[in-house]
Design a protein around this ligand. Structure first.
Ligand code: SAH
Length: 280
């Protein structure tokens, strides 16, 4: 049977007459491994909302790996002074390579004999000097089966990790944080909510900021010439229709779907122009 994703096992369930719901559940199972010197850091963020539900239903499996478990000295040293001098400390390569190899269950090789990659997994180094993480990156990651995150600390990570261990070096924005844990969590969150079955309503991840061009978002048949790639989400309103004298746009209350779609499209364009002119 032809498969629509790398998670092919469950597609075969269709032959057994499984419902679509079960199919989705079984189809997408993602494993995230987070390598960190602060394992306790992740206790809160993993335990709420969509991520919590995705873990409970087995849609994703999240493992937190203490980097110090891969040290061999008495002090469990993970960092050392930078060659060439300068401020701060740098995470050493050995514990990181060994942690990743242990999670992969295979070696990644050496200069003389590099190991082969695996198209269904990614080894992501969180780094302010990495490529910018975008919604399209999240969509690409959502197709994988296994993602290992390396969370840096101090001045960063020995460059051989970026060059010869990580498959991707990713930044979550043009600012510098004190560690890669929050950035990794953000990526885990963004990817998880794209997995089929993670959101209550699948349309939610199709009609939102960065998800598609304007026409797909609103059902309008008019091509939006100036929108190259994506728009921000349109503004949302809920009850009460009037609050402290501020009213919800009349058109949203009227129930005319075509008019609502038109309004939303225009409002999304206006908001994108105002907040993110670089996208247009
Ligand atoms: N000296 C580095 C910053 C190190 S900050 C530089 O100037 O680029 C320590 C760690 O925090 C990094 O190794 C990285 O894992 C994480 N980090 C900081 N900012 C980040 C960002 N914008 N995106 C992803 N990770 C980041």
């Amino acid at each position: 049977m032809k498969t629509a994703s790398p998670h092919c096992g469950a597609w075969l369930q269709r032959q057994d007459g499984g419902s679509t719901r079960n199919l989705v559940k079984l189809t997408k199972r993602m494993r995230f491994d987070l390598i960190t010197i602060f394992p306790e850091f992740f206790a809160g963020p993993l335990d709420h909302g969509i991520l919590r539900r995705a873990r409970e239903t087995g849609l994703v499996e999240v493992n937190v790996q203490d980097l110090r478990a891969f040290t061999k000295d008495r002090h469990r040293t993970v960092d050392d002074r930078p060659f060439g001098g300068g401020e701060g400390m740098v995470l050493k390569p050995e514990p990181l390579f060994e942690a990743v190899e242990s999670l992969l269950g295979r070696g990644v090789g050496e200069a003389a004999k590099p190991g082969a990659g695996d198209p269904n997994s990614a080894i992501v180094l969180m780094s302010a000097a990495g490529k910018l993480f975008r919604q399209e990156t999240a969509r690409r990651y959502a197709q994988l089966e296994h993602i290992i995150f390396i969370c840096g600390r101090y001045e960063g990570v020995d460059e051989r990790v970026a060059e010869h261990l990580a498959t991707d070096e990713i930044s979550i924005g043009d600012f510098v944080l004190s560690g890669g844990e929050l950035p990794a969590m953000m990526v885990v969150d963004a990817v998880t909510r794209l997995l089929p079955g993670a959101l209550g309503n699948e349309a939610s991840s199709q009609n939102e900021s960065f998800s598609a061009v304007a026409d797909d978002r609103t059902g309008s048949s008019q091509p939006l010439q100036r929108c190259r790639q994506s728009l921000l989400d349109f503004p949302h309103y809920t009850r009460p229709a009037e609050y402290r004298g501020w009213s919800v746009p009349e058109i949203l209350i009227g129930g005319n779907h075509a008019e609502v779609a038109k309004w939303r499209r225009a409002a999304a364009v206006e908001k994108t122009r105002r907040n993110r002119p670089d996208l247009i």
